[in-house]
Design a protein around this ligand. Sequence first.
Ligand SMILES: CCCCCCCCCCCCCCCC(=O)SCCNC(=O)CCNC(=O)[C@H](O)C(C)(C)COP(=O)(O)OP(=O)(O)OC[C@H]1O[C@@H](n2cnc3c(N)ncnc32)[C@H](O)[C@@H]1OP(=O)(O)O
Length: 230
Amino acid sequence: MEPSLARCGWRATARVRSAPVSNVPNPGAASGPAPSPPSGPGPLTPPADAAAPVRHPDAPAPGEPLGPHYEHCFGCGEAQPHGLRLRARAGEGVSITAEFTVGPDHQGAPGLAHGGVLATALDETLGSLNWLLRVVAVTGRLQTEFVRPVPVGTVLHLDARVTAVHRRKIYCTATGRLGGPEGPVAVRADALFVEVKVDHFIDNGRQEEIRAAMADPDQFRRVRAFEVNP
Ligand SMILES: CCCCCCCCCCCCCCCC(=O)SCCNC(=O)CCNC(=O)[C@H](O)C(C)(C)COP(=O)(O)OP(=O)(O)OC[C@H]1O[C@@H](n2cnc3c(N)ncnc32)[C@H](O)[C@@H]1OP(=O)(O)O
């Protein structure tokens, strides 16, 4: 062990204490057989009659940067000093690539990205896919897998694609790799987005920010245009 860590009282041999499951008190548990694990397709599996995603004819061309969807967005906004400032580009079909540089503001453990920040990077990349479908949608479910630790200073290379669409539901998947588009996989996510009207934000957002966003004619016109999407 590093002498400096030993001085801090860290013990490399420390283990989480555990007890046999049968000894753990659980007064609320019902008696009888344990419930069986869920079977069948989960909520992130598209139903059999789901359709393949269709790239909108007005979607940005492959390679074109998407730009932030909102300047105060924690994922992509320029006005968030500690945000991720994730940069996304349109890919082929209904796919996106993006980069996120992990900074000191994004740590969980010393020198490592916080898992919630990595989930945000995945969520933001997946959310950007809706710009290619030209719909407004929000995350309903996000299932993340953390495969490798991500050190501060790493450029996380993300790619995401829509796998299926069913009514208002958009099924999608994303991967984040260390150091380059072919680097080792560090994080993965599967998600379900649900299409909403702009009123979702107007009705639910704090009025101060909504008023400011509506006063920005470019932002408002662009988002409203998505609602008349064919
Ligand atoms: C001036 C303004 C400018 C605005 C400019 C905006 C710019 C554009 C910003 C985009 C931003 C992106 C940023 C990154 C992405 C986020 O991080 S988004 C933020 C995090 N997500 C949220 O806050 C969402 C919170 N949840 C909700 O608001 C509601 O639960 C939802 C998701 C809208 C769904 O509610 P709902 O519309 O009542 O949906 P409902 O009719 O019940 O369900 C529709 C279908 O979806 C299914 N469904 C719904 N929820 C779920 C779920 N959680 N799990 C599984 N299935 C579900 C239902 O089963 C149903 O399926 P079908 O019956 O069609 O088979």
